[in-house]
Design a binder for this molecule. Structure first.
Ligand code: SF4
Length: 298
């Protein structure tokens, strides 16, 4: 029996047989991707000069009303490929000069991704980045031990009320912090090569949302309770733009103010965290889905 026959890959634990039906993420037991290419707008230590070898997987375990990528994550845009084809994509991206393999929204596809990594591994020498929404099952993260070098999870909310309202998720924070601890246990403190590209470590992303400044500050405080300031990097993002279903919520129908954003940065600095911030002009639709203007802070 395969893991897909009673899927519990994420905390939703749908327990569906994905060879016959689909759970919340709307994925069968076949690999499905929307795009694979070099990507230049991640954090500088991920994109570097050559770009990050990014593979966007279809489906998501969250349903964020403000998702920039909703056609892929929620409307299932994409095409089916085999694990052998995915391994070929990894090696082709490496051949193009990618600094790493960047797996975006990979959670529903972890068993087949591991299969592809096993095929590619004898020739794959660049780091593997697991770029996820943070709502992870610790057991699934344990499956990735030895396969992933860099974890890049979101930490979206502290208050579960917001997680339910804006991302359709009941127990976001407790699941996210538990899986984050496992990620840090696996890969340890951030390490970089001589070009400043991250070789291993955890970068926690937090998107500041309008009117949720206090929740952002609570997220930073909770991270400070769980991790020493040199154990993780923080990437604090200002790029929020109302889109998709966010207009259903009046409080999310504007951009983040400079005061809101700077107060979250100040909180991160207060605890001595290092990481990345974004220029305010990144909150412009024309930049989506790329990150722009990232700079280091701390
Ligand atoms: S990966 Fe998909 S099917 Fe599996 S538990 Fe999560 S949402 Fe449900």
């Amino acid at each position: 029996m395969s893991i897909y026959n009673e899927c519990m890959l994420c905390p939703r634990k749908c327990c569906v047989d994905r060879s016959k039906s689909m759970g919340f993420c709307r994925q069968s037991d076949n690999l499905r991707i929307a795009r694979a290419d070099l990507h230049f707008w991640e954090e500088p230590c991920i994109s570097g000069k050559n770009g990050s070898g990014t593979v966007f997987f279809s489906g998501c375990t969250l349903k964020c009303c403000f998702c920039q990528n909703y056609e892929v994550s929620q409307e299932n845009k994409g095409y089916y490929i085999s694990a052998v084809e995915l391994a070929d994509i990894f090696l082709e991206l490496q051949h193009k000069g990618a600094h790493n393999i960047n797996l975006v929204s990979p959670t529903p596809h972890v068993p087949k991704i591991i299969e592809a990594l096993d095929i590619a591994r004898p020739r794959l020498i660049i780091p593997v980045v697991y770029n996820c929404g943070g709502y992870e099952n610790v057991d699934t993260i344990k499956m990735l031990d030895g396969y992933v070098n860099v974890y890049l999870p979101d930490m979206k909310y502290f208050n579960d009320e917001y997680a339910l309202k804006y991302s359709g998720t009941k127990n976001y924070f407790s699941e996210a912090i538990a899986s984050l601890k496992e990620m840090v246990r696996q890969v340890g403190k951030p390490q970089f090569d001589d070009k400043g590209i991250i070789k291993k470590g955890v970068i926690v992303r937090h998107l500041v949302l309008p009117t949720l400044r206090k929740d952002s500050i609570a997220v930073i405080n909770e991270l400070a309770k769980s991790f020493k300031s040199d154990e993780i990097l923080l990437s604090i993002m200002s790029q929020y733009v109302p889109m998709h279903k966010s207009f259903e919520f009046k409080e999310l129908s504007r951009r983040v103010s400079t005061f809101e954003y700077n107060s979250v940065l100040d909180e991160a600095s207060k605890f001595g965290f290092n990481g990345f911030s974004q220029e305010r002009e990144a909150a412009d639709k024309s930049y989506i889905p790329e990150f722009s203007g990232r700079k280091e802070y701390g």
